[in-house]
Design a protein around this ligand. Structure first.
Ligand code: C2E
Ligand code: MG
Ligand code: MG
Length: 520
């Protein structure tokens, strides 16, 4: 208005008034446009923020807002980003985790199984599903609050027995599950864990001043034996739980009948082996070793036998690894050493020409600090001359600490004990250590001897072993000789001693004496 008045008073012609009005209008339009432009610039971040919020609420789709604004609007956008991110995390937690225990729920657990399958490269893993007994009864008798607290405490106990890498989940209701990857042997790690869990859950719970007992059942499936996809593995674990429930004990059950049977046998062996010595179920058989050059019986190998009332005759190939795992091989091995030496001395006293007694020594025995003393004592107690004792060791014993093994073997050798390297050719060790080893004999493994006459590869391996032994000035014994052809082949190669069913199976002490008499 001020401009208009000033303009009117300055000029009076109509053209001048019109052009003044036009200029004024033009200036007003520019001003309005500038204001609108500034307003739009100010509003656009707010419009963008509103759009993002809208998208999140409608479609649960989160887009991050730009963070390059320094003013209040910039702060608003940054806060919106952070809020939506936290909201996202909360929602994700609510959908993936169990509200009561905070453990992953069934859906998230399934994702973990799927990932384990993808990563496994056919490596085994175990799915352990655990079902709590009597939750229903506790809920109805004592109320849900008590039941809920029980579930939380159960979750804590389960977690306390897991290892890093295990995934524990609650499936809802009274079911929990554990995913354990990186298992080498299903009869070991999942069984140990299940036993610990069952034992721990059978301990009473103290809930709001009450003492409550509950038990559990466990079903186990092993990938890939019991299923190759998530649904199969879970369904079979359920079946295994049902089987466990039918047994009506605080127990676990594998899905696969074959695994169950194998496991039961291993457990029965473990349990019974503990008492095998005191119940006098062990005995020793002796397998003759014949000197090729003279055809004479020159040595015997002591081979352990176990006759158990429940399990029958158990092969040492089956129970020796278990004895090693449980360390029972230490007392059992000492027993074999003592009785084999004693028997050898007796034969000598009975007039049999002196034989070398070859005793298998397990790696655990070899690692015992008192091995030398044990051998000294045994020889002293039985009165056997050290010249008639040989120890059979395997390559596995040389893997860990070769220098220490060599030092120990030297000690044995200076005492006059002979050493044979058993099952030669089956280990993975390099041949370069052979010349360093203070040993007397190489025993070619039975697996090469079996096809010596028919398979050129096995024949070549045996020839190479004999040549190697000759160049290192070692004696060579072939085990598992079953036929005349095999014997002839080995004889022409220059083998020193042979052992196998072609001459005799392992015999009891009395039968060996008869064999000796007739063989002569
Ligand atoms: P090893 O020391 O290699 O013993 C040779 C095995 O081959 C014996 O099996 C023997 O009975 C068997 N054998 C011998 N000749 C023949 C043949 O012509 N054909 C066939 N098919 N088999 C033949 P066994 O007695 O079952 O013993 C198995 C393994 O158990 C032994 O293999 C040895 O590693 C272990 N073992 C046996 N007794 C003892 C022991 O007192 N201490 C330790 N640490 N291990 C033992
Ligand atoms: Mg042997
Ligand atoms: Mg052998």
């Amino acid at each position: 208005m001020l401009i208009f008045d000033a303009a009117v008073s300055a000029t009076t012609s109509p053209q001048a008034i019109a052009s003044t009005l036009l200029i004024t209008l033009f200036a007003t339009l520019i001003g309005t446009a500038a204001t609108l432009f500034a307003l739009h610039h100010l509003l656009s971040p707010i419009i963008l923020t509103s759009k993002v919020l809208h998208q999140y609420l409608q479609l649960r789709k989160r887009t991050d807002l730009p963070t390059n604004f320094q003013d209040e609007v910039g702060t608003l956008m940054a806060d919106t980003n952070r809020t939506l991110q936290q909201l996202d995390e909360i929602i994700k937690h609510l959908t993936d985790y169990d509200g009561l225990t905070g453990l992953p729920n069934r859906e998230l657990f399934q994702t973990h199984i799927q990932q384990a399958i993808l990563k496994s490269a056919n490596q085994q893993f175990a799915l352990i599903v655990l079902d709590i007994d009597s939750l229903k009864e506790i809920n109805s008798a004592l109320g849900r609050t008590v039941g809920d607290l029980l579930l939380r405490k159960v979750a804590q106990r389960i977690i306390s027995y897991t290892e890093s890498g295990d995934i524990v989940a609650r499936f809802g209701g009274d079911e929990f599950a554990i995913l354990r990857t990186n298992i080498t042997d299903f009869s070991d790690s999942p069984v140990t864990l299940s036993n610990r869990l069952l034992e721990s859950l059978s301990e009473p719970f103290s809930l709001y001043g009450r003492t409550i007992h509950c038990a559990a059942k466990i079903g186990i499936t092993i990938y890939p034996f019991d299923g190759t996809n998530v649904a199969q593995l879970l369904q079979n674990a359920d079946t295994a739980i049902h089987q466990a429930k039918q047994q009506n004990l605080n127990t676990y059950q594998f899905y696969s009948p074959a695994i169950n049977a194998q496991l039961k046998r291993v457990l029965a062996i473990k349990e019974n082996l503990r008492y095998a010595l005191e119940r006098q179920e062990l005995s020793i058989h002796y397998q003759p070793r014949i000197e090729v050059a003279t055809g004479q019986l020159v040595a015997v190998e002591a081979l352990l036998r176990w006759q158990n009332p429940e399990l029958g005759l158990v092969s040492p190939a089956e129970f020796i690894p278990i004895a090693e795992e449980t360390n029972l091989i230490i007392p059992i091995g000492e027993w074999v050493l003592y009785n084999a030496c004693l028997q050898n001395k007796r034969w000598q006293q009975e007039g049999i020409a002196p034989l070398r007694m070859s005793v298998n020594l397990s790696t655990c025995q070899f690692k015992q600090a008192n091995l030398i003393e044990t051998i000294d004592r045994t020889l002293q107690d039985t009165g056997l001359d050290v010249a008639y004792l040989e120890l059979e060791i395997t390559e596995s014993l040389l893997v860990r600490d070769l220098e220490k093994a060599i030092a120990l073997l030297r000690k044995l050798k200076t005492r006059g004990v002979s050493i044979a390297l058993d099952d030669f050719g089956t280990g993975y060790s390099s041949l370069s250590y052979l010349q360093k080893l203070p040993i007397d004999t190489l025993k070619i493994d039975r697996s090469f001897v079996t096809n010596i006459a028919s398979n050129p590869d096995d024949a070549a391996i045996s020839k190479a072993i004999v040549a190697l032994a000759q160049s290192l000035e070692l004696n060579i014994t072939a085990e598992g000789v079953e036929t005349k052809e095999q014997f002839n082949f080995l004889r022409t190669q220059g083998c020193h001693e042979v052992q196998g069913y072609y001459f005799s199976k392992p015999l009891s002490a009395q039968m060996l004496k008869d064999f000796f008499t007739h063989y002569r």
